[in-house]
Design a protein around this ligand. Sequence first.
Ligand SMILES: [Zn+2]
Length: 329
Amino acid sequence: MIRYLLIVCLLTYSSSLKSIEVVWPTSMDRRTIHSFDDFIQPTASEKTTSGCFGMVRDNCRRFHEGLDIRPSIVNNNGEPTDRIFSAMAGQVAYINQGLNGPYGKYIILVHPQAEVPVYTLYAHLAAIDQSLRVGDAIPRGKPIAIMGHTSMSSSPIPKDRAHLHFEVGLRLSDSFNQWYKEKFGKEEAPNIHGAWNGQNLTGFDPTNLLASTNVNVADVIRALPTALAVTVRTNQTPDFVKRYPKLVVGDPNTAAGWYIEFTWHGMPKRWTALPAGSSQLPSTTFEIARIDNNYRDSMVLRKILATDGRSPGENLIQNVQILFANCRN
Ligand SMILES: [Zn+2]
């Protein structure tokens, strides 16, 4: 009996320690990195914070959804030669070889082996390994690309500010394309990136992911502060809940709605199923249930809240619409 209990205890203990190995995604030696100054590529402002995650661009008016990692090696022409490595074991989800947007050439991996199957995104690449195909299994630390400065944004990235834009996050909906078509109709440019369109991706600060060699991704997400919660009334199940069950509390099968906690930048980090008859169910389809005052100003800047600081901002409304794109009656 004691032996049985010991085994049960050990299993419980090891499952709470479940983690995935993470490597630094560039040729830079991780042991040389002790602060942001050691690896961040700033914008022309030359402020280190401009290459970090958050409302760090255009006098805090523009959101930067990842970390910009500078080269550790450049050739005689001043071009970076750093290799880009898969940060964790996973598989290829999307490859954009074209120069058709601000991210330039980029690749997205998904990581089903992590406790929450997050994506990682590697952008502004000079070249992506031509042999890679969507669905390919990728071991941790596999070279997948070469660092560059590709981008089609209004202000090109000069070679002396080449960097890897590294992002980690969650995908909102499998039905994104349906939402996109309904929202933009035929007039707008077609959705060339499908379910991997940036509007369907919601990143979180990669710093805590890259800070260790072993990371429990669920713990990293759970540790993000809740800045706002919304309630939604629906008896259908958003695919987000099925994709990320570790972020869900309660029984999705009997839910009559959801209490969803968001980070200040609009990522849905924790979902609680509300049973029929719950006093928390909203009278309309969706309403704000709680706002943390500490994040009110950041949420207004990020358009998670409207300028009145109380009602939903355009980015929150859009994220909720996309999250429930598959939940139409
Ligand atoms: Zn960036």
